[in-house]
Design a binder for this molecule. Sequence first.
Ligand code: KG4
Ligand code: ZN
Length: 424
Amino acid sequence: MKLGTINRASMLILNKAAGVFSKPSKRKIYEYLRSSNFHPGKAFLHKVVLGIETSCDDTAAAVVDEAGNVLGEAIHSQTEVHLKTGGIIPPVAQQLHRENIQRIVQEALSASRVPPSELSAVATTTMPGLALSLGVGLSFSLQLVGQLKKPFIPIHHMEAHALTIRLTNEVAFPFLVLLISGGHCLLALVRGVADFLLLGKSLDIAPGDMLDKVARRLALTKHPECATMSGGKAIEHLAKQGNRLRFDLTPPMHRAKNCDFSFTGLQHAVDKIITQKEKEEGVEQGQVLASAADIAAAVQHTTACHLAKRTHRALLFCQQRGLLPPHNAALVVSGGVASNFYIRKALELVTNATQCALLCPPPRLCTDNGVMIAWNGIERLRAGVGILYDTEGVRYEPKCPLGVDISKEVGEAAIKVPQLKMKI
Ligand code: KG4
Ligand code: ZN
């Protein structure tokens, strides 16, 4: 890429007032080159994708190349705002995405020093997620690809979580993935970039949602050590100081020999304990209990056991059916809840018992981010699947299953899982 090849038409700079992009003046181009410390001799040999994520409460963007280099990244988290309102209010999330998307994309692009004209494609989460949030990312992206005349790659948020591990580790298909976040909970066999078999999913809420609700009920935002943490993170933090044995919680669905999950029952059981403790301690609802750390430890342990048991069954099912390689099969765990080290330890007991490798992306790539979307774009570009040159009729889909659902078949196999000592 030579400096001389940059012309005014290709050097587009984001400009809010004039829509997504406008043609900059020569002065602006040189300002941009100076501020980005652009090296004329630097060559971009690889495919480079801009990824945009707005499916829930994070506005994120990143520029990633084919070799897995994160060239630029920016994120705006809405967690603090939603913690104050006690949960995500979709129109508020939409407004915050609108206010931040321009700046976040600009920041990721500037940090990458890749002129927009050099991008191979733009990849954006279009499914599943909150309709109002997805809409902001999609309409911004469609304007962008229209002006840049670049291909567009719609991304399934859970596919992106599942494939992130291939950016950080050398992992070949097929592998088993456990995706656990605030909105999702599923076990899937990943056979290829866009080739998933769904083995099980949550029948009600996701573990992150349950942990968020428990954290709210425990008023953990009033706890000085966890005021700005997400619910799950606050539970993990407090649990370290607690004794899980002080409360007896039964792992959900322990009689159902399938790979599905459930967290509503657990949430209600914890709710009952909290109400009881409030009476005993003479504490009003909305104040922090003295036993909060013990409750956090108990709910975290029960969640870990439930996730471990279903994952153990899924690994045994895949091994019995020859769906995973006989040696060094991999279990990948991702999604916001996968950044929990206690849960990772529980899953490690399972992979040790089944001679599998446990792989987790680093915590910052487990929670929502733009890198995973850009990387999914690279994966799809390399595989040649789902690349759109015409964006007519592209829509977002708030609900969208991942892959082919074989969970019924998994349940019918009724695999008995050996008892593991959950000493974590
Ligand atoms: O993947 P993510 O960023 O967004 C969704 O797609 O949901 O996950 C966010 C969820 C929240 O429910 C949050 O409480 C949970 O992940 N989470 C955690 C931890 N950090 C975030 N749960 C347990 N332990 C953590 N350390
Ligand atoms: Zn997510």
